[in-house]
Design a protein around this ligand. Structure first.
Ligand code: PEP
Ligand code: MN
Length: 347
């Protein structure tokens, strides 16, 4: 529920609403805004009797949020959220942010070479897994802490902030020491203790849609992070399980406009995992930008044939360069722009 205050309501009136919410046994989330001050009521499971609140002075209206998720909904916050990452990089708003890099960090040479390449051609965030969720226990599991250190080195060399995955709640603190954005992978979208810990880390979180998750489930998982008082969540459409092996997943393009209508959070598209086939990544990247995605997350490798994970869907450098050229044109056609490197990179 949202309690919207009259324009120019006095701070004491706002404080009285907060106090009353707390007396009723719930938590209050004041949201001062340019247009209006609203106070969110959280901690309820079901409809709240608002008569006491509606009677307080300065209260303009009470909005009952109709969705099962609250703080992530557009009813709660009509303006789109722009997530501020380190070094002036932003996700959301008018610009389209490109996150690129290998599936996994494999070596110093591989991550530095990829980081330089993607930076030189317009990516503003570097991706790379140090802890990899693999279907087989015998597959390459990532370099772990060494991988995090290599990401930090690549950030120092290129100025690109880094996105990397935390696999479990206990791993969040270590990942947060190195990462600028903590990724929560598709297989972990409903790992609720992990969501809470990532929320508590204070770092922006990139939350990927589960392989068989509905959009409502994705938004409820994001709600776990916002419920920890962390608004910096970037949603990610990465394809859902289908029946046709022609592609690895079914890239759900329509999830982009659906999420944008339901939520104020930015959403990026991952056509690499979405299709699982290198030749399909660029067409779906163009489509995702056209559909309104706030960014792309793309796997690129200097030698995809030698990649230790997800080589079949990793772009060759030349393909990445061509993709960047094409999405600049698509963005322009819909009145948006691909974000340019920040003047104050993180080092
Ligand atoms: C990844 O980004 O490399 C990854 C493992 O993604 P997902 O969780 O979407 O499969
Ligand atoms: Mn991958």
């Amino acid at each position: 529920m949202l309690i919207v205050m009259q324009h120019g309501a006095a701070p004491e009136e706002v404080a009285r609403v907060v106090e009353t919410i707390e007396e009723m046994g719930y938590q209050a989330r004041p949201m001062p805004g340019a247009q209006r001050t609203a106070i969110g009521l959280v901690g309820n499971d079901g409809r709240v009797d608002a008569t006491r609140l509606a009677a307080l002075t300065g209260v303009k209206e009470i909005i009952h949020v109709t969705q099962p998720y609250k703080q992530v909904s557009r009813e709660w916050k009509p303006e789109s959220t722009v997530v501020e990452v380190a070094g002036g990089v932003r996700v959301g708003g008018a610009e389209i942010t490109v996150i690129a890099g290998p599936c996994a960090v494999e070596s110093e040479q591989q991550i530095l070479e990829t980081a330089r390449l993607v930076r030189d051609h317009g990516a503003t965030l570097l991706r790379g897994g140090a802890f990899k969720p693999r279907t087989s226990p015998y597959a390459f599991q990532g370099l772990g802490k060494k991988g995090l250190k290599l990401l930090a080195l690549a950030r120092e060399e290129t100025g690109l902030p880094v996105v990397t995955e935390a696999l479990d709640a206990d791993g969040v603190d270590l990942v947060a020491e190195y990462a600028d954005v903590i990724q929560i992978g598709a297989r972990n979208m409903q790992n609720f203790p992990l969501l809470r810990r990532a929320g508590q880390s204070g770092k922006p979180v990139l939350l990927k849609r589960g392989i068989a998750a509905t959009i409502t489930e994705l938004l409820l998982s994001a709600e776990y992070i916002l419920a920890e008082d962390n608004q910096n969540v970037i949603l990610c459409e990465r394809g859902i399980r289908g029946f046709d092996p022609s592609t690895r997943n079914v890239f759900d393009l329509s999830a982009i406009p659906v999420v944008k209508e339901l939520s104020h959070l930015p959403i990026v598209a991952d056509p690499s995992h979405g299709t699982g086939r290198r030749s399909k990544v660029v067409p779906m990247a163009r489509a995702a930008v056209a559909a309104g995605a706030d960014g792309l997350i793309i796997e690129v490798h200097p030698q995809p044939d030698r990649a230790l994970s997800d080589g079949e869907q990793s772009l060759f450098p030349a393909q990445f360069i061509e993709m960047m050229r094409e999405i600049v044109a698509v963005a322009e056609a819909i009145g948006r722009k691909v974000a340019e490197p920040s003047p104050a990179p993180v080092r």
